[in-house]
Design a binder for this molecule. Structure first.
Ligand code: 7PJ
Length: 279
């Protein structure tokens, strides 16, 4: 059986002939990481970072204008658009597919008009108007699971059976999108590592990667790069989690994940080349 994810201008086979894992590079456009807080420097830095990722062989660039670290404060619509849109226009025709990481319907609309190939929503298209915003386009839609919200999600994550509950949530969101008339070939699922989950929950979900794909019959994106689940088993601080993150990405790809969302593009691309050569 061959299946393909419709990804805006691209098509990514995710099962059967021609299927190959894709590397999504994380591009944060958040001026809080700059001493002067300046918009100009944030843009310049983001474009340099994107050029490096392209050189390193990235397949997809995921542009994010709001930090969704646990406890991070929300960003206004105006600020998010000011951060994301210039980067999207600058990167749109450089080769890689472009994803926009947002849960705001107005940002989704603007991003689609500007040619985004994927809308990556950590909120699973639950905001009022989110489904309407993405319905009439051909961009891919990444449905991520999150328990609670970024301000509160890590306070007391709790599940009876984390895998069953994440599958039920993703199924319900996929059905809501399909009920709006969206083509199933546009859908992609994501267990949402670190979003309202303990280390044990995260590994239960990582171990269940192939089960999620098979039960939902949809391609899967795994984002665990540098997250606390990597720190928990390596004992390493965030700036030393590259090798651990590559190990986690391979664990997901070995179970059939289509997309791995990573900070360390060059290392992940090499690891996947070797892994694929051995298949
Ligand atoms: C994810 C994301 C993820 C998807 C972030 C971080 C936090 N989008 N955006 N999946 N994580 N689809 O990168 O540490 O896991 S922001």
């Amino acid at each position: 059986m061959q299946s393909t994810l419709q990804f805006g201008r691209f098509n990514f086979p995710w099962r059967g002939q021609g299927a190959r894992a894709r590397v999504m590079g994380i591009l944060n456009v958040t001026p809080d990481s700059f001493s002067d807080g300046g918009q100009h420097h944030a843009l310049e830095f983001a474009l340099e970072h994107a050029e490096q990722m392209i050189e390193d062989g990235v397949d997809i660039i995921d542009i994010g204008g709001e930090s969704t670290r646990p406890g991070a404060p929300p960003v206004s619509l105006e600020d998010e658009l000011r951060r994301v849109m210039p980067v999207l226009y600058a990167l749109r025709d450089l080769g890689p597919a472009i994803s926009v990481d947002t849960y705001k319907p107005q940002v989704m609309r603007e991003a689609i008009i500007a040619g985004a190939d994927m809308i990556n929503d950590i909120n699973g298209f639950r905001a009022p108007g989110a489904i309407d915003a993405v319905r009439d386009s051909d961009c891919a839609l990444c449905i991520m699971h999150m328990q609670s919200d970024p301000q509160h999600m890590q306070l007391a994550p709790s599940y009876t059976d984390v895998v069953d509950e994440v599958i039920a949530f993703l199924r319900a969101r996929a059905e809501a999108l399909l009920a709006a008339g969206i083509d199933p070939r546009r859908l992609c699922i994501d267990p949402g590592f670190g979003f309202g989950k303990t280390v044990e929950h995260n590994y239960a979900l990582l171990k269940a990667t192939s089960r999620l794909i098979n039960e939902l019959n949809l391609p899967l994106l795994a984002g665990l790069s540098r997250k606390s689940m990597v720190g928990a088993v390596t004992g390493k601080p965030v700036e030393q989690r590259m090798a651990g993150s590559v190990g986690g990405a391979l664990a997901a790809v070995a179970q059939g994940a289509l997309i791995v969302r990573v900070h360390d593009v060059a290392e992940t691309v090499d690891a996947l080349k070797v892994w694929h050569a051995a298949q």
